[in-house]
Design a protein around this ligand. Structure first.
Ligand code: GRG
Length: 294
């Protein structure tokens, strides 16, 4: 199977599993389940759950054991996007190609849909730990909770919001990237490795690769943000183009930012190579992420 077909098959498997974890819309009150499903099934790339499953399999674990954690991570990721789009944060009208949650359901229900996904993620993981209590399952839950909460994504978002409209230095920008974006990718790979039964040493290698991929992913996202806007406006792409918000692009320009992202990606690939051929899919996925154009 080629890589694209392999990805598609993995996405379909995750979509089907997510459907089984989310209560049907006929559950009471229907609006919250509809709003949760509206954002969850809006066609995300499912990269994070894919990483949980691939990491678990790479260390010799069973995919079925990793699935609740993979789905929970996607629920948390979706909650963060719903809240990030709210008028009080980024105030975005579109996400995953559709109107944002608050545009369709109102701000109150969008906040609750995000909360609903977060709590349901915790319930999904706790249920898996309850049914199979062991350090593999609790370790996976811990890795995800850490990646999402005050040691991870949430803190990255807090610092990002705090410095809104103010210039920031490289250290602060790295702090934001490592927490806001990379912590969930670190959490995905660590959780997969933990639920698959990897040693602490191997778990740490998966985590480190995740952090490098996460920062590269964010730098690329910032580059795409600038280049796609410029293409839309029909402007030539100059690396010194000013952007209100401090990003790698405003600090280093487009070409240098691309090089920094490529270096991080290469470092992650080196970790996959060191871990052996069971990490081949993760290696190809890492290379693929850096080439993405959307
Ligand atoms: C509200 C606590 C809280 C956190 C929000 C994730 C986040 C933090 C904000 C989203 C804004 C953003 C651009 C974050 C960078 C990470 C990123 C590129 C997220 C989008 O992830 P993809 O590309 O999205 O995997 P899909 O839709 O494919 O899942």
């Amino acid at each position: 199977m080629d890589f694209k077909s392999d990805m598609q098959a993995r996405i379909q498997e995750i979509e089907a599993a997510l459907q089984t974890y989310i209560p049907k819309q006929e559950a009471f009150p229907p609006v919250i389940f509809e709003a949760m499903g509206y954002s969850l099934f809006a066609g995300g790339k499912r990269l994070r759950p894919m990483m949980v499953l691939a990491a678990c399999e790479a260390v010799g674990g069973k995919k079925e054991m990793a699935m609740p954690f993979a789905c929970a991570l996607e629920m948390i990721h979706t909650y963060s996007l719903i809240h990030d789009d709210l008028p009080a944060m980024d105030n975005d009208d579109y996400r995953r190609g559709r109107l944002t949650s608050h545009k369709v359901y109102g701000e109150d229900m969008a906040i609750l849909a995000g909360d609903g996904l977060l709590h349901h993620a915790m319930e999904t993981m706790a249920q898996a730990c309850y049914e199979n209590p062991c350090k593999e399952t609790t370790g996976a839950m811990l890795a995800i909770a850490k990646g999402a909460g005050i040691h991870g994504m949430l803190t990255g978002q807090v610092v990002d919001v705090y410095f809104e409209g103010k210039p920031i230095d490289k250290e602060t920008l790295d702090f934001i990237h490592i927490h806001k974006t990379a912590a969930m990718i670190r959490g995905a790979l660590e959780a997969g490795a933990r639920v698959g039964g990897a040693s602490e040493e191997v778990v740490e290698k998966f985590g480190l690769a995740g952090e490098k991929i996460g920062v590269a992913f964010q730098i690329l996202d910032d580059i795409l943000d600038v280049t796609s806007t410029m293409e839309e406006l029909g402007k030539p792409i100059h690396s010194d183009e000013k952007n209100e918000k401090t990003t790698y692009v405003t600090l280093y320009g487009i070409e240098e930012s691309r090089k920094i992202a490529a270096k991080l990606s290469d470092e992650a690939v080196a970790i996959w190579k060191e871990l052996g051929e069971s990490c081949d899919f993760l290696q190809t996925l890492t290379n693929y992420l850096l080439q993405r154009t959307y």
